[in-house]
Design a protein around this ligand. Sequence first.
Ligand SMILES: Cc1cc2nc3c(=O)[nH]c(=O)nc-3n(C[C@H](O)[C@H](O)[C@H](O)COP(=O)(O)O)c2cc1C
Length: 149
Amino acid sequence: MKIIIAYATYSGGTQAACEYLSQVLTSNGHQTTIKMISDTIFEDLLDYDLRIFASPTWDFEGKEGQPHQDFITWMENNKDKKLDGKPSVVLGLGDSSYAHFCGANSIIEEFIKSVGGSIKAPALEVDAYLFNMEENNKKISDWTNTFTP
Ligand SMILES: Cc1cc2nc3c(=O)[nH]c(=O)nc-3n(C[C@H](O)[C@H](O)[C@H](O)COP(=O)(O)O)c2cc1C
């Protein structure tokens, strides 16, 4: 499959998780592209068999449980575009000590559906990635089996 991973990060965790995810997918024979969401042209997403959106959950303008601000801007700028039923999945990094654990996931999924995309598999919630990389990488690796053949 031809897969694009579009991500944003504040402290590097989501980038590291996406690089690991890309390695797993590549070693399983998929062709993978990684881009920051802020550099992602919406129309280019249509060229792939699968889209993976990856964001940490953070505060935004005093509101808890939000996607990275680059996602918020990008979704706002692209809310009138169309994904034409094409499948996507969402990878979320968070910390379960917060009230809205991985709250960004459902917000990004709602965006995908609102532009006519489909959700191929349940989103993954990754807890404290940088503090527990080995176990979390195993979760990420297992998760790829839910949306790839
Ligand atoms: C100010 C701040 C707010 C956060 N808010 C949340 C939150 O509401 N929900 C959550 O699950 N994680 C929250 N987190 C945890 C981050 O999402 C988590 O550390 C994540 O791994 C960061 O990813 P990044 O390294 O890609 O930026 C917050 C972290 C900080 C520093």
